[in-house]
Design a protein around this ligand. Structure first.
Ligand SMILES: C[S@@+](CC[C@H](N)C(=O)[O-])C[C@H]1O[C@@H](n2cnc3c(N)ncnc32)[C@H](O)[C@@H]1O
Length: 258
């Protein structure tokens, strides 16, 4: 009998695989630049990627001359963005900091901040195998207040969260080619509406060995009216809801103004 091959991937690597499949990256990056540009944000603006993860789309913006800094609470993600930047010959300042500490780390210097890739709902549960919904709610509120605090007057916040039409489902994401051969990816999403918990499971299958691995993440099942009220409480005005961003087909986008 063949020995198990022992193929291991970190969550940042798995998220990178998913990004290849769920986005037309070129289209989204152009879409994001145009949405920001229509609101006065250009390559001369200072931009914060709050929850930069492995570097999408910030590395693409940096490669186009934008001034972007990344911040993330995951040391694994910070390692991944640095690796991805090095592979592409790019430089991005990426700091290991929680959203709730952003205002201690940065003065109000940013013309824009974005928190995307459905990150906000993981404020108190990313890379954890448990969730306390009340704590998540509190951490989301603190995060939004901190985003507000690091923006310059009239700065804008771009936020995306779980799409309003999402229903519990299973979905084949596709097959990616990796150094260890093909990896098939499937997602399952469950909603516990009573306790406000969303469970997202990524299932990886390795056809070469028959192995399967599951990566499960819990997050806060946010209501969009609740999100808008958190933004208003933090001080944001003129909150734009369900902004159409070319290339964004996964999440619902909101933009608030300081
Ligand atoms: C789904 S990933 C998205 C990454 C990236 N924004 C993208 O679009 O690919 C969510 C990211 O949010 C980060 N994150 C979650 N909660 C955080 C918090 N409280 N403070 C800072 N980063 C956080 C995670 O570490 C992770 O990198």
């Amino acid at each position: 009998m063949a020995e198990a091959s022992g193929i291991f991937y970190s969550l940042p690597e798995v998220w990178d695989f998913c990004l290849e499949k769920i986005y037309d990256k070129e289209k989204y990056v152009k879409g994001l630049i145009s949405i920001l540009g229509q609101r006065g944000i250009t390559s001369r603006s200072k931009i914060l990627d709050a929850g930069c993860g492995s570097g999408f789309p910030s590395l693409d913006l940096v490669s186009r001359g934008f001034d972007v800094a990344g911040a993330d609470k995951s040391s694994e993600m910070i390692r991944q963005i640095r690796l991805n930047a090095k592979k592409r010959g790019l430089a991005i300042p990426a700091v290991h900091v929680m959203w709730s500490d952003l205002s201690r780390r940065f003065k109000p210097i940013f013309g824009a901040a974005y928190c995307r890739g459905n990150s906000l709902i993981y404020a108190a549960s990313w890379e954890q195998n448990w969730i306390v919904p009340g704590r998540s709610r509190e951490e989301i509120q603190k995060a939004i207040k901190n985003f507000y605090a690091v923006l310059k007057p009239k700065g804008l916040l771009y936020l995306d969260v779980t799409s309003k039409d999402e229903k519990p489902h299973k979905e084949i994401i596709g097959t990616v080619k990796t150094a260890h051969g093909d990896v098939e990816i499937e997602w399952a999403v469950q909603h516990d509406a009573k306790n406000k918990i969303r469970t997202w499971s990524i299932l990886l299958a390795f056809p070469s060995t028959g192995e399967k691995k599951i990566y499960r993440s819990y997050s806060y099942l946010i209501d969009h009216a609740e999100l808008v009220s958190f933004c208003r409480e933090a001080g944001f005005k003129g909150i734009e809801q369900y902004v159409k961003v070319p290339g964004e087909r996964n999440y619902s986008v909101f933009i608030g103004h300081k």
